[in-house]
Design a protein around this ligand. Structure first.
Ligand code: DGJ
Length: 741
């Protein structure tokens, strides 16, 4: 058992071989935070960490005593206004208008295993020996409310997963206006803050800055986790880099409005908060009702940011993603969106599929435009039955044809949305999210269905289930193309309107869960105009996600690099598309487009019937490459080597678990001339093994490759190379390393 409770000192110590987390029951019976970091020894008490100091202008809990001030004691799950003045972890509005609370320790449970969170995605275990859990129950006797803080420590990972539950045990209604999933008071602020921010088509750019006194935060109030900010932040020591030094990661397993914030007070204490965005949120807790927060996952690394990322990659790939497709190699797909957009017939689709099959591609995905009267983005959303004018044999007929070619068939849906020009809207205009007596805004001519209403979710479920049951569908791309405005549910009473955003996401999760349970063989890929909902919440249902609508290879280097801070390579949908690229109008070599897309759930998104023989030959080689190495790419350990945000040349690599194979990807955006001889230091290899580099006669010890570096010099430094090897702009190279036995 890796959780100890010391009755004397009233301290909990959660630990494994790598990390320690220490909590103390304070003398006021609230919880204090003593430590989170690299493993330290168990001792009877870490009392000396408590700050009991007199400071003018602070407020003190005990009469005639200067010392015990919550402003200066690091806390576990603090409230505002009883001597602490920082932004709190929660707030409860009571009938008398007060927001003051006092949750005191009542009891705790320590057990092997990890609980499920009802209706919410969360990391899980397969065997109770994988993790231990501490649940601490606190009670506020004035409002008769219970608070349960839940901590799970994974025994072999530097991970603590946290969430909380509020239960109204009294008769009076309570309004929960803030309920963070976690709080962590760090004793200093000597960190660099890292966030992943961007916008449509340039998602998850890595931004960093020094942590400063005051509040720094990222959030979403759009209904989805968003293209703009991601529910992930990291704090790293200024001297830490990708490979060494201390870094902490914070990730929320949630897909809706979130807040990730660090408040540094003027004593340099850094309070990290992460959870549902309190802005616009209120949860009504009637008698006996409870509220469960989403899960936040904290990671500690003393091996730099790659250490943080590798921990998330492994955890999310193996203990967040679920189902048949978690461990299976992913099929190479062809998606028709950038090939045809809305302009297709059954014959056009079948021709693309036939050509794809000849190239060795395994799955044909029919994107938007197959249903209702959908021939543009103005109509059809909500009518999930085939457009017979376009597809005379329906989806069932088309899926049979595709399967007849020896391929699997996949289909696009956007289940949360409706166009006004649709049967669904004509029959149920009241099912749209809109505020009474106010105009209702659109995004891409579509409106958001009220998924906080179970009847709506059920209706959509029935429609989709029918089509999945009638046809051979192996894959679903679940899209979501707008944010929520005029948020209000006709289904809910006035005092529950602050719940709509969260209930909406719970509805989405519920629909996913029902479809997965009924059709467990389907591979789900989530999508929200590309990467607008690329978060850990979605990964529980869909093991892969369309990373970005930007399919330009050069831009994708940055997008995939940034995404890898928190999410595994297996989760990033990555396609080779046509040039000039449809978003950037840039021409990049087909080889580079492949070399970037290899590092993700690989596919194509272009009209294969329009390519030359020569291009098909390249594609066949790419397909062969993916089939040979996809297991390694999907499951290997990923290292970022050099950042595309800071360099013209960037690189990353993947090493197999047994360290016998590795693939290095090297990207040079703009060519240079008469440039230096270059080497790139590799990581994660076995220093004693000799690795041969495929396609060359070169072989090197792991120690050489990691300490001297791999020679990456190319024709731009005067090397004599074969015709096809001469580098130009947007050049890239893959190095395959195999240990000689
Ligand atoms: C947005 C997605 O990101 C695209 O890949 C495509 O599926 C379109 N929607 C279809 O409308």
């Amino acid at each position: 058992m890796s959780i100890i409770f010391n009755e004397e000192s009233k301290e909990f110590h959660l630990f494994n071989n790598n990390i320690s987390y220490i909590i103390k029951i304070l003398r006021n019976n609230q919880l204090g935070q003593l430590y989170f970091g690299k493993k330290i020894h168990q001792r009877d008490s870490y009392d000396y960490l408590l700050e009991n100091a007199y400071r003018p202008m602070s407020a003190y809990v005990y009469e005639r005593e200067y010392g015990f001030s919550l402003e200066h004691i690091k806390q576990e799950y603090p409230s505002y206004g009883t001597t602490d003045f920082k932004y709190p972890a929660y707030e409860i509005l009571q009938k008398n208008g007060s927001r003051i609370t006092n949750f005191e320790y009542v009891s705790h449970k320590i057990y092997s295993g990890k609980p499920k969170l009802k209706g919410l995605p969360a990391t899980y275990i397969e065997d109770s020996s994988e993790a231990d859990t501490l649940e601490i129950t606190l009670f506020d006797s004035v409002i008769n409310a219970e608070l349960v803080l839940i901590y799970t420590i994974f025994n072999n990972e530097s991970v603590i997963a946290r969430s909380c539950r509020f239960i109204n045990k009294g008769k009076e209604n309570l309004e929960l206006t803030n309920a963070m999933s976690m709080c962590l008071d760090l004793p200093d602020c000597n960190y660099e803050w890292i966030q992943l921010s961007g916008a449509w088509a340039r998602e998850r750019e890595v931004k960093h800055r020094k942590l400063e006194q005051g509040i720094q935060a990222v959030s979403s109030a759009r209904g989805n986790s968003s293209h703009n900010h991601n529910p992930f932040i990291a704090l790293k020591r200024p001297n830490a880099d990708e490979f060494q030094g201390e870094a902490l990661g914070f990730s929320l397993v949630y897909s809706g409005n979130f807040l990730a914030q660090v408040e540094v007070d003027t004593y340099d204490v850094s309070r990290v908060l992460m959870g549902i965005n309190p802005f616009g949120f209120t949860w009504h807790l009637g008698e006996g009702e409870e509220f469960q927060t989403p899960e936040a996952v904290m990671v500690y690394s003393d091996k730099g940011m790659n250490g943080v990322s590798q921990t998330y990659h492994k955890l999310y790939r193996t203990r967040l993603a679920r189902g048949e497709w978690r461990d299976k190699v992913r099929p190479i797909l062809i998606n028709n969106w950038e090939a045809t957009y809305f302009d297709f017939t059954e014959d056009i689709l079948v021709d693309i599929a036939k050509t794809a099959k000849e190239d060795g591609i395994e799955l044909f995905v029919l994107d938007d435009g197959w249903f209702g009267t959908r021939c543009s983005d103005t109509s059809g959303l909500g009518d999930w039955y085939a457009n017979i004018n376009r597809l005379p044999n329906g989806i069932s007929g088309l899926s049979k044809k595709i399967e007849g070619l020896g391929m699997k068939f996949g289909l696009w849906f956007e289940l949360e949305m409706v166009n006004k020009d649709s049967d669904l809207y004509r029959n149920h205009p009241e099912w749209v999210i809109k505020t009474p007596n106010r105009s209702v805004s659109h995004g891409r001519n579509q409106y958001v269905l009220d998924f906080s209403n179970p009847e709506v979710v059920d209706y959509i479920y029935q429609m989709v289930d029918k089509i999945l049951t009638e046809s051979n569908i192996s894959y679903i791309k679940w899209d979501m193309n707008r944010s929520i405005t005029e948020c209000y549910s006709a289904f809910l009473p006035a005092h529950r309107q602050g719940e709509v955003f969260h209930r909406y996401i719970l509805g989405v999760y519920d629909l996913y869960e029902r479809l997965i349970n009924k059709h467990p063989y389907i591979l789900f890929e989530s999508c929200a105009s590309g990467g607008g909902r690329f978060d850990a919440g979605m990964m529980y249902y869909a093991p892969q996600c369309w990373t970005s609508d930007d399919s330009d290879a050069v831009e994708r280097i940055k997008i995939q690099y940034g995404t890898s801070y928190a999410y595994p390579i297996s989760s990033m949908g990555a396609h080779v598309s046509i040039t000039p690229n449809h978003q950037l109008f840039r021409n990049t070599p087909l080889e580079t487009r492949g070399n970037v897309a290899y590092f993700g759930a690989f596919g194509y998104e272009l009209d294969l019937t329009k390519l030359s023989e020569e291009e098909h030959e390249i594609i066949k080689k790419q397909v062969e490459f993916v089939k040979e190495y996809r297991e390694l790419i999907q499951k290997g350990t990923f290292f970022r080597l050099q950042s595309p945000f800071e360099n013209n040349i960037s690189a990353w690599m993947i090493v197999s678990e047994d360290k016998k194979e590795a693939i290095v990807a090297y990207f040079k955006v703009l060519n240079d001339v008469n440039c230096p001889l270059r080497r790139m230091k590799l990581h994660g290899l076995d220093e004693n093994l000799v690795y041969s580099i495929k396609g060359t006669n070169n072989a090197h010890y792991g120690s050489e490759l990691m300490n001297l570096g791999l020679i990456t010099t190319d024709s731009s430094s005067g090397q004599v190379v074969e015709e096809g090897e001469r580098c130009a702009d947007y050049w890239s190279k893959i190095y395959v390393l195999k240990a000689e036995i």
